[in-house]
Design a protein around this ligand. Structure first.
Ligand code: ATP
Ligand code: MG
Length: 388
């Protein structure tokens, strides 16, 4: 792998290797968003070497061995090799080592346990390369033991199966997940939600979600979810959008779901908007579509079309209109009414609401001059009969 930043890091730390996901993705010819590296040198030495080479080194996680080296404007996390000393299902006590194989052995799956040096040599201690080529997601070591060290690995299994798995899943992994699934209930809601979103970010997550259901894991973390609904969404060629998929699978009461899995306020609001009942249909005219666009962004309205089972050309036509029509904005504000002589307070609110209702009825196309005329008319009417 090459790159201006990477070359600078390797010049400073020639013994370092790329590890984990970036190696896996490089073997597949895919680019990784971030490149994690490892070094047999202790973190203090990594910092000093980077400094000597004129690179900024930030001790971002020095207690567990991680230094972020900044090169060509990019951050590279360099972590000193580690081995596990003790694990309890959620946390691990580790010690530093200079043994590459020991560091690889504590990683979760064979496809995530490879490393690559600056010559592009791949170090593959557990058969990750073959597994990747065959679409096999396999634990490093005994699946049951690895799961009991860290129950998050159950969900990580489905994340990587969704992305890289092909054909039948590894029977040992599946048996171990089924037997130890109860441990998932002890994970923090934040971590569970984070993994669920990553699973649903895979282009084709249906097989993974079905496996989650069959192994009893889905029922533990997300009892409302119905996998067949995700399959319907995939058949319709809906976009890869995790929150849309969450809404499709089913959340029951949004507030309860959001509280249980600790969604962010923005995520909960988005989900609530998606599942709101007022959706459009392909036969709706442009006036109706524009009115809907006043109330909700095009993205939310498009999401509702998918949730309504909207595959096929007619629905595609509706979505194309949603994408093409600009979001209408009432071309009149309170200050325009003040300039016309409307009194601030309830009267202003009344006239403004009246103009807006008229503008919406007309399909949100009336221009400013027409809106001002309508406002004048309303003022006269309200003055003639103040309680109207
Ligand atoms: P992604 O592309 O989703 O980021 P990734 O492989 O980079 O995939 P991360 O969650 O970023 O996955 O973790 C980086 C690496 O750290 C993994 O490839 C794996 O080697 C190791 N790892 C992370 N979490 C665990 C865990 N819970 N148990 C064992 N190894 C882990
Ligand atoms: Mg990563």
């Amino acid at each position: 792998m090459r790159g201006a930043g990477l070359d600078l890091v390797w010049a400073a730390l020639p013994e370092a290797r790329i590890v984990g996901g970036a190696v896996r993705d490089a073997l597949l010819g895919r680019e990784s968003a971030d490149i994690d590296m490892a070094s047999p040198l202790p973190p203090g030495v990594v910092m000093a070497r980077a400094g000597l080479a004129g690179l900024k080194a930030v001790p971002t996680g020095i207690a567990h061995g991680t230094v972020t080296v900044v090169a060509a404007g990019k951050g590279f996390e360099v972590t000193t090799l580690r081995r596990d000393v003790a694990t309890d299902g959620r946390h691990a006590v580790v010690e530093f080592t200079d043994d590459w194989r020991a560091d690889a052995a504590r990683r979760d799956f064979t496809i995530n346990a490879m490393s690559m040096d600056q010559e592009g040599r791949v170090f593959d201690y557990f058969g990750g390369r073959d597994d990747l080529a065959a679409g096999r997601v396999r634990f490093v070591g005994g699946a049951a033991a690895r799961i009991c060290e860290d129950y998050l690995r159950v969900l990580r299994y489905f994340r990587f199966f969704a992305r890289y798995g092909r054909g039948a899943p590894d029977p040992e992994a599946l048996a171990a997940i089924g037997a130890n699934r109860a441990g998932v209930a002890g994970l923090s809601a934040e971590r569970v939600w984070h993994e669920l979103k990553l699973i649903l970010q895979a282009p084709l997550p249906c097989a993974a979600v079905r496996l989650m259901a069959e192994s009893g894991v889905l029922g533990l973390v997300w009892p409302e979810a119905v996998p067949a609904r995700l399959e319907a969404l995939a058949r319709d060629n809906a976009p890869v959008a995790p929150l849309l998929r969450v809404a499709a699978l089913g959340v029951g009461d949004v507030g309860a779901f959001a509280a249980r899995l600790r969604l962010s306020g923005a995520e909960a609001a988005r989900l609530r908007a998606y599942v709101a009942p007022n959706g459009l249909a392909p036969g709706d005219d442009d006036d109706t579509v524009r009115r809907a666009l006043c109330d909700d962004p095009a993205e939310v309205l498009a999401a509702r079309t998918w949730l309504a089972g909207g595959g096929g050309p007619a629905w595609d036509g509706l979505r194309a209109r949603l994408a093409a029509l600009p979001r209408p904005v009432l071309p009149l504000q309170g200050r325009d009414l003040l300039a016309l002589g409307v009194r601030p307070g309830p009267e202003l609110g009344r006239v403004l609401r009246g103009v807006e209702a008229w503008w919406r009825t007309g399909g949100c196309v009336a221009e400013r001059a027409a809106c001002l005329d309508e406002a004048r008319g309303l003022m006269e009417r309200f003055q003639a009969s103040p309680r109207e």
